[in-house]
Design a binder for this molecule. Structure first.
Ligand code: 5GP
Ligand code: ZN
Length: 113
């Protein structure tokens, strides 16, 4: 079994509040929300992070960016939302499985660092 938390979530070995699923993409609510709406969108394929995106695996990233606006619409984020992917230690990446945070539901701080 994979040691990766998000692979375990995809496999159903760790429970999650699922928001969306298709054959390549899974989305679920962040366990420690930083905004009223905080959803993580991940590829089912284990890709460690942004640095590991290649010409071969990038179609799933394109799929994720089709799924994100559909989730945002379903979640009522018409006023806007933020998409964030932390890559590596300085960015604070804590789970080494590529993921995109959708944050919204209130005006967000513009502070980036
Ligand atoms: P990162 O810090 O790597 O950009 O984001 C990882 C995110 O995963 C964090 O916001 C954290 O709250 C979330 N997270 C970590 N473990 C779990 C878990 O077991 N379930 C859920 N739903 N979210 C998790
Ligand atoms: Zn994984």
């Amino acid at each position: 079994m994979s040691a990766c938390i998000f692979c375990k979530i995809i496999a159903g070995d760790i429970p999650s509040a699922k928001v969306y699923e298709d054959d390549k993409v899974y989305a679920f609510r962040d366990i420690n929300p930083q905004a009223p709406t905080h959803i993580l969108v991940i590829p089912k394929e284990h890709i460690p992070g942004c640095d590991a995106v290649t010409a071969e695996n990038s179609p799933v990233v394109a799929r994720i960016f089709e799924v994100i606006p559909a989730i945002a619409k379903a979640e009522g984020l018409q006023e806007g939302y933020r998409v964030v992917s932390n890559c590596g230690a300085h960015a604070g990446q804590t789970v080494p499985h590529l993921h995109f945070h959708i944050l919204g539901g209130k005006p967000l701080s513009l502070e980036m660092a």
